[in-house]
Design a protein around this ligand. Structure first.
Ligand SMILES: *Cc1c(COP(=O)(O)O)cnc(C)c1O
Length: 376
């Protein structure tokens, strides 16, 4: 058997939607993008959604509209995909890396508060591999210190926190539609916001700072001239992508249900293992299980990298757990404000198992059997 670690779920509906959009001749920043935005906003329960080219540009724009300027500090976890930190740098800010909780891998509010200085402008929390961070704790922290709260929800489409969907809790929530996430548009991103002024500025910035958008100009019976009111970016989503996204959104509840069934089978099967710590889903937190990660306890004689090779020899692809950004060469010269032993240990001792839809019973059983053999 050959089992990948992940794969996107797309079918004829997505292909047909892309085909139909191409034949309309309206292929970027048009009606399909607007429709995807409306549907996504309704799905998560946010007043506004703004589609962009990917989640890295979504976070960059979110930081800009939140007022991050050159030299401002933004606190985020180092243990995240490196795009989290990179987006802060792209917005002119300086990432300040906070520690994570060893059970949830989510950014720790107590450690975060210890890192706040007069130069801190925002806190960028990450919903680690789909499991929400403690949004309320960070809301309190941000209010107390006058900081902006931004959510990197790249992996968290379809996840919920305290009964409402991620995307509905705060002013700037950023999603990814890269194929490694639960739904995909090839590449793509979305920012949800409750503030109309933020949505307007995000729409301006994603399209070169242009005052009249294409849909308004096309619909106008009078000649309209646009102005470029600030220096913007080209962070547009195409209508081809958006048409695929509309179909993917239709599938999101189903995909999350299926992922949860597979994850629960893993949880039941691996409960008997004493060399690993299983992932957790605390009460009030609902994860889409974007990834399923096992932590290998110390002093068990298990070497993570050897184990990954052993799985690969048996036809099972795995990945290392979430990276730490500060140990990548790109941040090699970066001075940490505080050591990050929990993040480093969690990153070094964790392994991502295959989880995708559809995953056959035979494939799930094959993974379970091999995990039990190799980790007993
Ligand atoms: C995937 C990911 C990103 C980047 O998303 P793109 O759409 O590829 O730009 C950012 N943050 C986290 C936590 C991610 O997992």
């Amino acid at each position: 058997m050959k089992i990948p670690v992940a794969k996107p779920f797309m079918g004829k509906e997505e292909a047909q939607a892309a085909y139909d959009t191409i034949l309309t001749n309206w292929v970027t920043q048009g009606p399909r993008v607007a429709e995807f935005e409306e549907r996504f906003a309704a799905f998560v329960g946010a007043p506004h959604a703004v589609a962009v080219s990917n989640c890295t540009t979504a976070i960059q724009l979110a930081l800009i509209v939140a007022g991050v300027k050159n030299g401002d500090e933004v606190i985020c976890p180092s243990m995240s995909y490196i795009a989290t930190a990179n987006a802060i740098v792209h917005a002119g800010g300086t990432p300040v890396f906070a520690e994570v909780n060893p059970l949830t891998y989510n950014i720790d509010p107590v450690h975060t508060e210890s890192l706040i200085t007069p130069r801190t402008k925002a806190i960028l929390i990450v919903h680690q591999i789909g499991l929400p961070a403690d949004i309320d704790a960070f809301r309190v922290l941000c209010d107390r210190h006058g900081l902006a709260l931004i959510e990197d929800a790249a992996c968290a489409a379809g996840s919920s926190y305290k009964g409402s969907r991620i995307g509905s809790h705060s002013d700037l929530v950023c999603f990814s539609f890269h194929p490694r996430k639960v739904i995909t548009t090839g590449d793509g991103g979305m920012i949800t916001t409750s503030r109309a002024a933020y949505a307007d500025r995000l729409r301006l910035l994603r399209q070169h700072g242009m005052s009249v958008n294409d849909r308004v100009r096309h619909a106008s019976t009078k000649v309209l001239f646009e102005e470029h009111v600030e220096i913007g970016y080209n962070f547009r989503m195409t209508d081809i992508q958006a048409s695929v996204g509309i179909q993917q959104l239709e599938r999101l509840n189903y995909l999350v249900d299926e992922r949860r069934k597979i994850a629960h089978r893993y949880q039941d099967a691996f409960a008997q293992l004493d060399k690993v710590r299983l992932p957790v889903e605390p009460a009030g937190y609902f994860t889409n299980w974007q990834s399923y990660v096992l932590y290998l306890l110390p002093n068990t004689g298990l070497d993570r990298n050897d184990l990954m090779q052993a799985f690969l020899d048996r036809g099972i692809s795995t990945r290392r757990g979430v990276m730490t950004s500060h140990r990548e060469p790109a941040y090699g010269d970066f001075v940490l404000r505080s050591a990050l032993p929990v993040s480093e240990d969690a990153s070094d001792r964790s392994i991502v198992l295959p989880l995708y839809v559809p995953m056959s019973d035979a494939e799930i059983d094959y993974v379970i059997t091999n995990v039990l053999e190799l980790l007993r």
